[in-house]
Design a protein around this ligand. Structure first.
Ligand code: ADP
Ligand code: MG
Length: 649
């Protein structure tokens, strides 16, 4: 019985690409096939724990065989194999969605990047196709314990493939690649050498390079020349015997179980890029063992750039979980707190039972404990980085600082103590970003509080009227640029004994000395009528109109009450919620400014006009805070009206 079937459309396109292009990294096909073989053994093992139909095995093996005569290389495993339907689903359609996603992504890339992209093929569930990079024909023979029969799949990567029944008793899969002819140039020099995959030592090298940590033995016969012996057992000079010995090519020790000192930076980078499908080396790696009630090895990475969907709900956090070197699950989310969702890596514990079910995992106290430890280790590592390599820490913080901020903000600041010293901010006076600790160490004499302002730049802060008195003292100001910042500082409330204070909140009295305060309060008493009139004119918009203690050169400003700040109002406004909370607004007028005298004059000479001026002042103050005028058209008309009036005079 033999059937000819058509590949699904998307698969065809991908196959075309594999067949017709030559990639510098063609050797990745071996890694992909070995990883499939290893996955297949994992599956067998996992199922055999609960399904009696599957014989228990302890002879798992992946075997490579090279046949120079037929120019083929065969990779066999005694894993789960495939049923008839599975062949069609897995090899004929090849992870439908994966293929499509891969093609889309590939087409978006520049030609030069396409090559890199091919390396990530495994991520899209289309690794099997990479065999066609080097093969003109691929033959898969397989049998599943869930099928009576074995099957052979044959394809030369064109539109169709063939399936036929075969006589095969043992569960598992053998994949034979018939290599393409070498590509030669006009002078008959080899340009692309496919024969290299027939070289035992090259294959050994590639296995070591890409698949060393695979937990099952990858075996191959290696040919060695040994000196020939005569009958008496003495060496005959210059004569050799060819000896073929079955050799295990991989060390089988997962990288994360190796001694830290035996692992090179390069091996770690390679491991990360392969395992987590990244084009780039990681920014950081963190490797540690925990010994105690629960023992585990951990190897963590922080990607050089955060994944684009890191902050969307479809991003899945989690670490790969292994038990005694056996893979359990890909993204165990219990192992990592939410705010550290960008961390990738592997955790391997000897103290988790192998057939632990996923439901059980979810409530596992052990995992919670592990999470706590892992979190602590990561934060320690970051603290050391902050201390030892600040430039790199800044780079880290630019990418992931926002996550730490959310971590500190979450649950009303429950993790404040753990996280606050890891936060750094640009400040008005310092050329380098500062932690709260550094800020407080550099405070001026007499300064009690930590000042902050939300702004896009130093220039913007310097132009704020509320800065008058802060500038006079020469105090430094944290520049807040993220939406979460003001919420976060509200939650933190204090750093040691130093309160966080916004430069535009009403309660900023301590910057003015008693004498000046008294002076202003007296002035305010004298002009209470004017202030009351202004307040009356703005009664729905402001909570109060007062003489300012913070303004020195500027005429007016708007400050907020103690609750929600202006910045918070803007953030809340942008959120898809109906609970719009407004900041309390207080209009402050500089009693020493020309404007104040002018207002006083208007109030005395034509009190009916004070309403217009109040509205104008208020809207200007709103504009300075980055709000829109309450009614833009009215505001503009009012300006015109007053302009005409002043010109007519
Ligand atoms: P992925 O490994 O990401 O799923 P691949 O293209 O590498 O994608 O493989 C497609 C599917 O083919 C696998 O998911 C698996 O079901 C099946 N497969 C591939 N190789 C083997 C194998 N050696 N044994 C059993 N099944 C295999
Ligand atoms: Mg694969």
């Amino acid at each position: 019985m033999s059937e000819v079937k058509e590949f699904k459309t998307e698969s065809k396109r991908l196959l075309d690409l594999m067949i017709n292009s030559i990639y510098t990294n063609q050797e990745i096909f071996l890694r992909e096939l070995l990883s499939n073989a290893s996955d297949a053994i994992d599956k067998y093992h996992y199922l055999s724990l609960t399904d009696e139909k599957l014989a228990k095995r302890n002879n798992y093996e992946i075997h490579i065989e090279i046949d120079k005569d037929s120019r083929s290389i065969t990779i066999s495993d005694n894993g789960i194999g495939m049923t008839y339907d599975e062949i069609n689903d897995n090899l004929g359609t090849i992870a439908k969605s994966g293929t499509l996603a891969f093609m889309k992504k590939l087409e978006e890339q520049e030609a030069s990047d396409q090559k890199n992209m091919i390396e990530t093929i495994g991520q899209f569930g289309v690794g099997f196709y990479s065999s066609f990079i080097v093969s003109k024909k691929v033959v898969v023979e397989t049998k599943s314990p869930y099928s009576e029969k074995g099957y052979r799949f044959t394809s030369s990567g064109e539109d169709t493939y063939e399936i036929e029944e075969i006589d095969r008793q043992s569960d598992g899969t053998s994949i034979t690649l018939y290599l393409k002819e070498n590509v030669k140039d006009e002078e008959n020099k080899i340009e692309t050498d496919f024969d290299q995959y027939l070289d035992e030592y090259n294959i050994q090298y590639l296995v070591k390079k890409y698949s060393d940590y695979i937990r099952y033995p990858i075996t191959m016969y290696l040919t060695k020349e040994e000196p020939k012996l005569d009958e008496a057992g003495k060496v005959i000079e210059n004569e050799y015997d060819e000896v073929r010995t079955l050799t295990t090519l991989n060390s089988m020790i997962p990288l994360w179980k190796k001694n830290k000192n035996d692992v090179t930076e390069e091996a770690l980078n390679d491991f990360y890029m392969q395992k987590f499908y990244d084009f780039e080396k990681p920014m950081l790696h963190i490797m540690f063992n925990v010994e105690g009630n629960i023992n585990y090895n951990t190897l963590l990475f922080i990607p050089n750039l955060p994944p684009r969907n890191l902050h969307s709900i479809d991003y899945e956090k989690g670490l790969q979980l292994y038990s005694k070197g056996v893979f359990i699950m890909d993204k165990c989310k219990e192992l990592i707190p939410d705010y550290l969702r960008f961390v990738k890596g592997v955790v391997d514990s000897n103290d988790l039972s192998l057939n632990i079910s996923r439901e059980m995992l979810q409530q596992n106290k052990v995992l919670q404990l592990m999470q706590k430890n892992i979190e602590k280790k990561i934060l320690n590592h970051l603290a050391n980085l902050q201390k030892d390599d600040f430039d790199k820490y800044v780079e880290f913080f630019k990418n992931y600082g926002i996550n730490l901020k959310f971590g500190a903000y979450e649950n009303y600041g429950a993790k404040k103590e753990m996280l606050q010293d890891l936060l750094i901010y640009e400040t008005l006076n310092s050329s380098k970003m500062l932690s709260f600790k550094e800020y407080t160490e550099q405070m001026k004499e007499g300064q009690k509080d930590i000042y902050y302002a939300s702004a896009k730049s130093k220039e913007e802060i310097l132009a704020m009227p509320q800065m008058d008195v802060v500038k006079k003292h020469g105090y430094d100001v944290l520049i807040l640029k993220d939406d979460v910042d003001e919420f976060l500082l509200k939650v933190l409330n204090k750093y040691n004994d130093h309160e966080f204070k916004s430069i535009n909140q009403a309660s900023l009295d301590d910057l003015t000395n008693e004498e000046e305060k008294e002076k202003i309060e007296n002035l305010q008493k004298d002009h209470q009528d004017l202030l009351d009139a202004l307040k009356e004119a703005l009664k729905d918009q402001v909570k109060d109109v007062v003489f300012s203690k913070r303004l020195i050169d500027s005429p007016v400003c708007l400050v907020s009450g103690d609750g929600v700040s202006f910045e918070m109002e803007k953030v809340i406004d942008a959120m898809p919620t109906n609970d719009k909370i407004k900041a309390e607004k207080i209009l402050e007028i500089n009693p020493n400014h020309e404007l104040c005298k002018a207002l006083d004059k208007v109030y005395k000479e034509s009190p009916e006009d004070i309403k217009d001026y109040a509205s104008l002042l208020y809207n200007q103050a709103l504009l300075m805070e980055g709000f829109k005028p309450t009614n833009s058209v009215e505001f503009s008309n009012l300006m015109c009206k007053l302009m005409i009036k002043s010109i007519e005079k």
